[in-house]
Design a protein around this ligand. Structure first.
Ligand code: GLY
Length: 361
């Protein structure tokens, strides 16, 4: 069992996560009047049955099921859930449980943090993406049309419970999507971790608990220093300025592209920009490019889409005074924030990606 202390809460990583959750409810005593569990069809099928069998407190909980997918991370779905909470008599002492991936953790945290001005919530992330990223750090939110996480609040969970075995319920695409955030953690903060990642096959992770704990430790160290993203936390956005724009673009066009698949492209483009603007060596750029292209399927991005992508980047939350701001690598394991980059270099980076993908699968 691993326990990582974060800002006012703990992240527990344990294959017997039910035992940890039972301990949490024992120490909470009668603090919670009612429990609501948010699931999607995947966590309902693969994760909920094994938890409810072992966790007494979950037996009388109200289950709220939504459809999986980023297209459901909307204000409309939130409104339905707030109404359900009201109808089922949720009060300020209710506990909201997010059992699922990134959408469930982001949106469930937002729903809980705004219902009656805020009720407690815990995260039980079931995908690799949510285990190493979305469940930890207190960012909650929803999309506004196609704009990613445009509405939201910083609000910490009461605890995070990670069962590394849940990742065995994921398909190949979901697993790789989560692994993109693991890659990012190595690139922005820890060259030794990057060396380990390069030897890891995302689809056959030997010791998932060790890998997830390493990633959570890296993220946690950053958010403890800068919980509300005034400065340092921006490094967690490496790959996301371009990645989010690509994800939004696919969302707008009703095409499926998972978060990590978009971030993988974003990391190649932003590594290219890093080599032009921030001192990343050409050797490091080609190492990053090759590793990501070997692991991820090429994403088709047409030259005619580039202007729209730049337009979408103008909505990035890191921007200042209408300039698109990036978090860039000065070396592997070293990341600089607040880098202003001209559109020409951004366009070059998209061309670099497309040029490299012509020869791969
Ligand atoms: N996913 C980036 C962050 O939590 O800051």
């Amino acid at each position: 069992m691993t326990e990582i202390r974060s800002a006012g809460y703990s992240v527990f990583i344990n294959k017997d996560i039910a035992a940890e959750i039972n301990r949490f409810f024992e120490s909470a005593g009668s603090r919670y009047s009612k429990i609501f569990i948010l699931v999607d069809e995947n966590s309902m099928k693969h994760c909920y049955p094994q938890l409810v069998e072992k966790i007494e407190a979950f037996k009388d909980a109200e289950l709220i099921e939504i459809e999986s997918g980023e297209e459901n991370k909307t204000l409309e779905v939130c409104a339905q859930i707030w109404k359900t909470l009201s109808e089922f008599g949720a009060d300020r002492k209710s506990l909201f449980v997010n059992l699922g991936g990134g959408v469930i953790c982001d949106m469930g945290g937002f729903i809980a943090s705004t219902f009656k001005r805020g009720i407690s919530f815990i995260n039980i992330p079931t995908t690799l993406l949510s285990q190493v990223d979305a469940s930890v750090g207190g960012k909650t939110g929803i999309d506004l049309d196609h704009l990613k996480n445009e509405i939201g609040v910083f609000s910490a969970p009461s605890a995070v419970f990670i069962n590394p075995d849940f990742i065995h319920t994921l398909d190949k695409r979901q697993l790789l999507s989560g692994f993109a955030e693991v890659i990012k953690h190595g690139l922005i903060a820890d060259v030794q971790y990057w060396d380990l990642i390069k030897q890891t096959d995302a689809l056959y992770i030997d010791d998932a608990e060790k890998l997830i704990a390493a990633s959570v430790r890296i993220k946690n160290k950053i958010i403890l220093e800068d919980p509300n993203e005034a400065n340092l936390r921006k490094i967690l956005n490496f790959g996301h300025t371009i990645g989010h724009a690509i994800e939004s673009f696919f969302l707008m066009n009703n095409k499926t592209l998972l978060h990590g698949e978009a971030i993988a492209v974003g990391m190649i483009c932003e590594a290219y920009i890093s080599s032009k603007e921030c001192g990343l060596s050409d050797v490091a750029l080609s190492e990053i490019t090759s590793y990501i292209l070997d692991s991820y399927k090429a994403v088709p991005i047409k030259t005619t889409d580039h202007a729209k992508l730049i337009e979408l980047m103008k909505h990035d939350k890191k921007n200042e005074n209408d300039s698109i701001m990036f978090s860039l690598l000065s070396g592997i394991g070293k990341c600089e924030i607040n880098c202003k980059v001209n559109n020409d270099v951004i366009l070059e980076s998209l061309k670099y990606y497309s040029g490299k993908t012509k020869t791969v699968k």
